[in-house]
Design a protein around this ligand. Structure first.
Ligand SMILES: Nc1ncnc2c1ncn2[C@@H]1O[C@H](COP(=O)(O)OP(=O)(O)OP(=O)(O)O)[C@@H](O)[C@H]1O
Ligand SMILES: Nc1ccn([C@H]2C[C@H](O)[C@@H](COP(=O)(O)O)O2)c(=O)n1
Ligand SMILES: [Mg+2]
Length: 220
């Protein structure tokens, strides 16, 4: 939204005001959507916290996993079988598919700030995103949920037992998802840490306590 400048008070104000307005207008017209990547182990609470962030900070939440599951369930999708194969094997779908789903969802929402949950998950995700989207958005920071594997596994198994319907909430898929997380996703977190873009939140606590620190991360 374009915000008009506040009224001027000095004698030379008309010119300054005009310049100020043009600059602000130009900035608004050229400003890029802001993106926060949300990373953490399976079951660390990314989706749970994203819902709270949406309510409090007005971001649009896009979960890469949810978008892939939706695409898999779309009748006639040419990628359905491929996506399901990766989901049950705990491996990562090629970035062209995921990035295109994310970009479509971003455009459809018309919003200007996004939580991108569960992405980028490996080097292929990172490279593909940077080349397709790097110039179109501004990465604000990476929100990283730290949580022990046993806690995460138990949460996902409970989620499965409670009827999540997710084909990967079972011990075999979870073990594979963790291998991928440690070998492929953690290097991406480290990449962003080296750029000083990571804000880490301890997630092995009740959701509302986690959210207190999430709020701090958003006000840094
Ligand atoms: N802080 C918490 N304490 C206890 N249970 C939690 C907490 N946060 C989330 N949960 C529960 O753990 C399960 C996994 O949470 P959630 O779906 O938010 O994690 P996720 O990181 O998005 O997982 P995934 O990567 O598998 O999508 C859910 O059943 C959720 O209700
Ligand atoms: N960037 C991504 C995100 C997700 N997937 C696939 C593989 C994951 O195990 C699965 C579930 O994701 P989650 O809902 O746990 O975030 O979806 C992927 O291939 N690439
Ligand atoms: Mg999730």
């Amino acid at each position: 939204m374009i915000t008009p400048p506040t009224p001027a008070s000095s004698a030379s104000a008309p010119l300054k005001l005009g310049q100020q307005f043009v600059r602000r207008l130009a900035a608004t017209m050229t400003s890029k959507p802001g993106v926060v990547f949300v990373l953490g182990a399976p079951g660390s609470g990314k989706g749970t916290q994203c819902e709270k962030i949406v309510d409090k900070f007005g971001f649009v939440h896009l979960s890469a996993g949810d978008l892939l599951r939706e695409e898999r369930n779309t009748p006639g999708s040419q990628y359905g079988a491929l996506i399901e194969g990766h989901i049950t094997a705990g491996t990562i779908v090629p970035v062209e598919i995921t990035c295109s789903l994310l970009e479509k969802a971003m455009l459809k929402s018309g919003a200007d700030k996004f939580l991108i949950d569960g992405f980028p998950r490996n080097q292929n995700n990172l490279d593909g995103w940077n080349s397709a989207m790097g110039d179109k958005v501004k990465l604000l920071f990476v929100l990283f949920f730290e949580c022990p594997q046993e806690v995460c596994t138990s949460r996902c198994l409970q989620r499965g037992a409670a009827g999540s319907g997710r084909s990967d909430d079972n011990p075999e898929s979870l073990a594979k998802r963790f291998v991928t997380y440690i070998n492929a996703t953690m290097p991406i977190v480290e990449h962003y840490r080296a750029l000083d873009l990571v804000r880490t939140v301890t997630a092995d606590r009740p959701p509302d306590e986690v959210f207190v620190d999430v709020c701090k991360a958003f006000s840094e």
